[in-house]
Design a protein around this ligand. Structure first.
Ligand code: PLP
Length: 295
C-alpha cells in the first residue's frame, strides 16, 4: 500500500480587535484538519518514517510515549490505516484513559513500563523484539531526520509570504523541519518557536540537531505556564475565549500556549504594522479530553 494521505490543511484568518489596532494580519494553518487522529505534525513526522519501514519490509511499528501521547495515538491510527501491526511502550503504571482506549481500538498492543526502564528505549526494544525481524523502532515523539523532512513540506504548501511563523515545540523536530523549509524556499520569514517546557532553552540544541543550514530563529521561553502539560486559569480562560470566538478547537499542551504567546507579543508590539503572521495549528485536540476537569 502506498503510504500517503491527501493533505487538507487550509489557512484561515483569525480576526481580533487587538490585531486591527496593531495593524497586523494573523492566520492559522489548520494542520489539525489533516486527520482526526493522525493529527497535524504527527502525520508529517510519520510519513517518511513509515515509508522507510515499508521499504525495509517491516510490518510491525514499535514506539514509545506517555499515557496521553498524541504520537502513540497517531502511530496506532496510521498503523491501522496503512496495514502495519503496532506496539506502544507506555511510560508508567498500567492506567486507562481515552487516548489509550483509542490506541487499543486501532489495534495497538500496549506494554506499560516503569519509568526507569522506559528511559533506555533501544534496550526495551531489543528485550521484547530483538528477534522479531518484522519490528521497526520509532523513537518517542517520532524524532528523526525523516520526521524533519516531512515537516519541511509544510512550507511548500504556502502560497503567500509571511513575516512571522509561529509553532509550538516539544522535541523541536517540527520546528527544525519548518526552519529547513523556510531556508530551502529562501523565504524572508522569521521563525518563532514556543517551547512548552519550563527552562525550554535546551530545545535549541534539539532543533539544531535537525537543522541542515544554520539560520536565525527566535525562542520564546516565557509561555510554558509552569511546564509540560501544566495549565493556569489564565491559559484555560484564553482557550475558552479563543474557541468560542473563532470556532477553532485548540488544546492546552501545545497550540494554546503558542497562540497565547502570539497574542501577548502582539499586545507588546513585537510585530510591525503591516506584518502578516502565520501560526501552525499542530493538532492533538484529542488531548483536551483528558483535561476536561480543568475547565
Ligand atoms: C507532538 C506535538 C507537538 C510537538 O512537536 P515536536 O516535533 O515534538 O516539537 C506540537 N503540537 C502538538 C499538538 C503535538 O501533538
Amino acid at each position: 500500500m502506498h503510504i500517503a494521505l491527501d493533505i487538507y490543511s487550509p489557512i484561515h484568518q483569525i480576526t481580533d480587535p487587538l490585531f486591527e489596532v496593531k495593524g497586523i494580519e494573523v492566520f492559522i494553518k489548520r494542520d489539525d484538519m489533516i486527520h482526526p487522529l493522525i493529527s497535524g505534525n504527527k502525520w508529517r513526522k510519520l510519513k517518511y518514517v513509515l515509508q522507510k519501514a515499508q521499504s525495509e519490509n517491516k510490518t510491525h511499528l514499535v514506539t514509545f510515549g506517555g499515557a496521553y501521547s498524541n504520537h502513540l495515538l497517531a502511530t496506532a491510527a496510521a498503523a491501522a490505516r496503512f496495514g502495519f501491526k503496532s506496539t506502544g511502550f507506555v511510560r508508567g503504571e498500567d492506567v486507562q484513559n481515552d487516548t489509550l482506549f483509542m490506541c487499543r481500538l486501532h489495534g495497538m498492543e500496549l506494554i506499560f513500563t516503569d519509568r526507569d526502564s522506559y528511559r533506555d528505549k533501544p534496550t526495551l526494544f531489543n528485550k521484547y523484539f530483538g528477534t522479531d525481524t518484522d519490528a521497526f523502532f520509532i523513537d518517542e515523539g517520532g524524532a528523526s531526520p525523516e520526521a524533519a523532512t516531512g515537516c519541511s513540506e509544510l512550507v511548500s504548501e504556502l502560497t503567500e509570504t509571511y513575516n512571522h511563523l509561529f509553532c509550538a515545540c516539544g522535541t523541536g523536530t517540527t520546528a527544525a523541519g519548518i526552519i529547513n523549509g523556510i531556508h530551502q524556499h529562501q523565504l524572508n520569514t522569521r521563525f518563532n518557536a514556543v517551547p512548552v517546557f519550563k527552562n525550554g532553552g535546551f530545545i535549541k540544541d534539539e532543533i539544531d540537531k535537525y537543522v541542515t543550514t544554520p539560520v536565525d530563529y527566535y525562542l520564546h521561553l516565557d509561555y510554558h505556564f509552569g511546564g509540560y502539560a501544566k495549565t493556569t486559569p489564565e491559559l484555560i480562560g484564553f482557550i475558552k475565549q479563543f474557541v468560542a470566538k473563532t470556532g477553532i478547537l485548540i488544546e492546552p499542551v501545545y497550540t494554546a500556549k503558542m497562540l497565547y504567546a502570539l497574542y501577548d507579543l502582539a499586545a507588546k508590539n513585537y510585530f510591525k504594522p503591516g506584518d502578516k503572521v502565520l501560526a501552525i495549528h499542530t493538532g492533538g485536540i484529542w488531548g483536551l479530553m483528558g483535561m476536561k476537569d480543568r475547565f
